[in-house]
Design a protein around this ligand. Structure first.
Ligand code: HEC
Length: 132
């Protein structure tokens, strides 16, 4: 998260243009933070404090292994159907130099399935909560 921001700011922008860019970026982040959860998308990280400890440990692994080539936002925003993650994680692990052992692939897929299930539950509850 932080490195992507700083790499964008390190561009040719300077002086007032740089400040305007900074303000625009801050606004985009503020808006994104407010709007994304509402439309079911996920940001670049998730708050797993309410998750069981084993799932928190798997999240750490997921964060470590799946951010080498792209940001976490990639898998967090992916539309992968229920039960689809084991296959998807295997596909990622087949990239040359991914370096994700089979055992860790299983752990990561377990987390992603669990997280997706919780997200579906939350969306269902939000819909039902809206009814009188
Ligand atoms: C070795 C590099 C590498 C690693 C490690 C890696 N990925 Fe990827 N990932 C890619 C590349 C390259 C793409 C884009 C091309 C593609 O879809 O294969 C991608 C794309 C994706 C996408 C988006 C596909 C789409 O259709 O938009 C998802 C989701 C994803 N990765 C999930 C993961 C997960 C989960 C992990 C950890 C288990 C992971 N990646 C680890 C290289 C990697």
């Amino acid at each position: 998260m932080t490195h992507s921001v700083s790499s964008r700011l390190r561009g040719p922008a300077s002086g007032l243009a740089g400040l305007a860019g900074l303000a625009g970026l801050a606004l985009a982040f503020a808006l994104g933070g407010a709007l994304l959860p509402a439309c079911g998308s996920a940001p670049n990280s998730i708050d797993v404090r309410g998750y069981p400890p084993d799932m928190q440990a798997r999240y750490d692994l997921f964060e470590k292994r799946c951010t080498r080539c792209h940001e976490l936002e990639r898998p967090l925003n992916a539309q992968v159907g229920a039960g689809g993650w084991p296959k998807y994680v295997r596909r990622m692990a087949r990239h040359p130099a991914a370096g994700i052992p089979a055992e860790e692939q299983r752990e990561i897929a377990l987390f992603l399935e669990y997280h997706a299930e919780r997200r579906r539950d939350a969306q269902r509850q939000a819909l039902e909560g809206g009814a009188p």
